[in-house]
Design a protein around this ligand. Structure first.
Ligand SMILES: Nc1ncnc2c1ncn2[C@@H]1O[C@H](COP(=O)(O)OP(=O)(O)OP(=O)(O)O)[C@@H](O)[C@H]1O
Ligand SMILES: [Mg+2]
Length: 390
């Protein structure tokens, strides 16, 4: 098994720098996901690893081998890197059968005919496509083509598998089942895999570790649980689906727990999760809608301690749950409760409500938006679809 290591990679197209001092390590046998929005440099990173793009500086290692380093004039072509790649659009050869597509990497490697036949049929059986070996690939459904692309990437048993958003063309149900199959195929192959996606659910459910990327720089590296429950920055929190990101100021620090005062005036809200900052520091309180509590202000009009009082702007049925949008102290807060929650009855839009942050329900994250605002203003994607060889 081989580790994949990128050190200080820099890659530009013309005068646009896509990757800047980009470093990353996938341990042997690990499945690492690159998660980030469109145009942040995910495909560029994969193409540099595969040798389909050349970086301007930095190092790429696969196992013990240095496969690219412009400073030392090292560049190994794709076919000598022992890599299998699955492209977003599959990139199968339309004029070839399923069998011929999958056999191609073995022909390039000059495996003998009998060997080739056995290896292709074995891998097709693994992805459930052996019955279709002689079909032209143009007569397959999207999901079937995806399996063929997966088989082609894996047939030569490469040390490294690269996946570029391989499931984005499939419907939600097929995506979930293919996700499990890719994970099983990765486990069985013993390869080190780097998987690119912009779908946080996919990254969380599939990976050993997740790398969150924003405009060519790494925001956070962690296990799926770490990324999901303790995002390090506002960007990560937003990207992994924290609906509520509220500006707050640290007011007290006690026994590893931090109390913050929301900008809207409510608080203190206490949490021991996330960054630790001194009193007076401005932070962002990130909370998932499902973690918050809501109740009617009722006749007494008195919210419980540390709750924000506000008005329900909307109520939406969200499949077994109910989602409220509450405007409170200048902030908009989203709360989701079980249908029979909030004391058993639904609250009405237009009514007064309180929203409470139970202890440790929220995470404190850095607000790096202020300093990065100019980059945010750039349009994200005049993205060119890029394709390569096998
Ligand atoms: N061949 C190219 N020439 C010029 N610019 C390019 C080229 N390929 C990519 N870019 C630019 O580099 C940036 C990163 O592109 P990349 O394809 O790596 O993004 P991505 O994260 O894979 O996005 P997506 O999720 O949309 O596939 C984008 O701004 C894109 O427009
Ligand atoms: Mg891409």
């Amino acid at each position: 098994m081989s580790a994949v290591e990128l050190v200080g990679l820099r890659k530009s197209y013309g005068n646009v720098t896509v990757l800047d001092d980009f470093s990353l390590r996938a341990n042997p046998g690990e499945l690492v996901t690159l998660l980030g929005p469109s145009g942040c440099g995910k495909t560029t990173t994969l193409r540099c690893i595969a040798g389909l793009e050349r970086a301007e500086s930095g190092e790429i290692r696969i196992g013990e081998r240095l496969v690219a380093c412009p400073e030392r004039r090292v560049y190994l072509p794709p076919n000598r890197r022992d890599i299998g790649m699955v492209f977003q659009s599959y990139a199968l050869w339309p004029h070839m059968s399923v069998f011929a597509n999958v056999a191609y990497p073995l022909r390039v490697r000059r495996r003998d005919r009998r060997d080739r036949h056995r290896a292709v049929m074995e891998i097709l059986a693994m992805v459930g496509m052996d019955r279709f070996a002689q079909r032209p690939v143009t007569e397959l459904s999207g999901g079937q083509q995806q399996r063929v692309a997966l088989a082609r990437a894996m047939v030569a048993r490469p040390a490294v598998l690269l996946f570029d958003e391989p499931l984005s063309n499939l419907d939600a149900k097929l995506r979930r089942s293919m996700r499990r199959e890719i994970r099983e195929a990765h486990d069985r192959s013993g390869a080190t895999s780097i998987y690119v996606t912009h779908d946080q659910e996919e990254a969380i459910t599939l990976s050993d570790r997740v790398v969150v990327i924003r405009t060519g720089t790494i925001q956070q590296v962690g296990t799926p649980r770490e990324i999901y429950t303790e995002p390090a920055t506002r960007f990560v929190a937003d990207f992994v689906g924290f609906e509520n990101l509220l500006t707050a100021t640290v007011s007290e620090v006690r026994d590893g727990s931090t109390g913050v005062q929301l900008k809207s005036g409510a608080g203190p809200v206490w949490t021991s999760k996330g960054i630790a900052r001194a009193p007076g520091t401005e932070v962002v309180l990130a909370a998932r809608a499902d973690e918050l509590e809501i109740g009617s202000l009722g006749a007494r009009g008195e919210p419980p301690a540390a709750a924000i009082a506000g008005v329900i702007r909307s109520r939406t049925y969200a499949g077994g749950r109910v989602e409220y949008l509450v405007e409170a102290g200048g902030a908009r807060v989203v709360v989701r409760t079980p249908e029979a929650g909030a004391g058993g009855s639904l609250l009405d839009a237009g009514g007064g409500a309180w929203v409470r942050f139970p202890a440790d329900a929220a995470v404190l994250v850095d607000d790096e938006n202020a300093e990065r605002a100019p980059q945010e203003a750039e349009p994200a994607a005049e993205s060119v679809p890029v394709q390569g060889a096998t």
